[in-house]
Design a protein around this ligand. Structure first.
Ligand SMILES: Nc1ncnc2c1ncn2[C@@H]1O[C@H](COP(=O)(O)OP(=O)(O)OP(=O)(O)O)[C@@H](O)[C@H]1O
Ligand SMILES: [Mg+2]
Length: 312
């Protein structure tokens, strides 16, 4: 198993629950999409996986392993996995880039740590990748600092860094938000190409259901830090069963619902199903639902699932 997360629970230091308990599994070469609106805990999950939770947030329960090694305990296995076998493309490139290092120094960073590769050698090896990403490979460009290139170039630099040690698993946190449609297409094609050529698996976090449908085999829908529905991407998008998944799809088709509303802030979430205040048809029993235990591989957590729509 490339990635196994068991009942991960993230809390604010004052005890307010932010994410979980959440479980998921990702096999080699699998393409899992994580969708959910702003504030549902997607980035915190990724930060937990890479050991960079922000101050004020702690892991209060659960465990996770990558390639069989526990990631939430210090150890050689963990150090050899993060950045090498499992790599991260952050939501905000500023999280991964150091303003004092040149682009070349950034690119040589992980190969230096994980492969004891010198800078020259690493850059030579990475040249075809940079070309594929549409990044210049000359010294004039690679000698620049992160603030001297465009936002889209910074995002692609982060992807090149993530790929610099030939990972088996990529965790992508909304990596295409800052890209224009053409660059987004190129980015998607590149990751999907690597997936086909090398069997790269990924956990792709996105708001973009079109992208999720195209890039992912399986989707997990998060709301308020909890999984609400999971299953094959094609099925979820053609016949959603959770009213929240249906709402996401509606919004994606630019027909925002009248009572759209916002995700309640942590600490102000209702008991039971977090979607209850916005649900078009809540049941009495929804307030008694506990978080989804075990792995939501294919199923949903809803008292009143939508009927499968008749084919149009
Ligand atoms: N350092 C922190 N201290 C306290 N609460 C935090 C901290 N960082 C994030 N949170 C809270 O945790 C929740 C989840 O945040 P997270 O960044 O994971 O959301 P997200 O799903 O990635 O949203 P987006 O789509 O906007 O990136 C939010 O309610 C956020 O306010
Ligand atoms: Mg985020």
């Amino acid at each position: 198993m490339s990635l196994a997360i068991d009942e991960l629970l993230l809390e604010r230091v004052d005890g307010v629950r932010l994410l979980g308990p959440l479980s998921l599994r990702l096999g080699p070469g699998e393409r899992l999409g994580l969708v959910g609106e702003s504030g549902s805990g997607k980035s915190l999950l990724v930060q937990a996986l890479f050991g960079v939770l922000p101050p004020g947030v702690r892991q209060a329960g659960g465990r996770f392993t990558a390639f069989g090694f526990p990631l939430d305990r210090p150890g050689r296995g963990r150090d050899q996995i993060r950045g090498a076998r499992m790599a991260w493309v952050p939501q905000d490139p500023r999280q991964a880039l150091n303003p004092l290092l040149t682009l070349a120094q950034h690119l040589a960073l992980l190969p230096g740590i994980h492969r004891a590769e010198g800078s020259r050698r690493a850059l030579d090896r990475l040249t075809p990748l940079l070309e594929r990403l549409g990044l210049p490979t000359g010294g004039a460009f690679l000698g620049r600092f992160p603030h001297q290139i465009s936002g889209g170039q910074r995002q692609r630099l982060c992807l090149a860094m993530a790929l610099s040690c030939d990972p088996e698993l990529l965790v992508l946190d909304e990596p295409t938000t800052a890209l224009d449609p053409l660059a987004r297409r190129a980015f998607l094609d590149l990751v999907l190409g690597l997936q086909r050529e090398r069997g790269l698996g990924f956990l792709w976090i996105t708001h973009d259901l079109g992208l999720a449908a195209e890039a992912c085999d399986r989707l997990l829908v998060l709301y308020g830090g909890e999984a609400l529905e999971a299953g094959p991407a094609a099925r979820l998008l053609s016949a959603p069963r959770h009213p929240y998944t249906a709402r996401l799809l509606e919004a994606a088709r630019r027909r925002p619902s009248r009572e759209a509303g916002f995700l309640p802030a942590p600490g102000h979430r209702p008991d039971g199903c977090p979607f209850r205040p916005r649900c078009p048809d809540p049941a009495e029993a929804c307030s008694a639902w506990g978080p989804w235990r075990g792995e939501p591989h294919d199923g949903l957590r809803c008292e009143r699932p939508l009927e499968a729509a008749a084919p149009a």
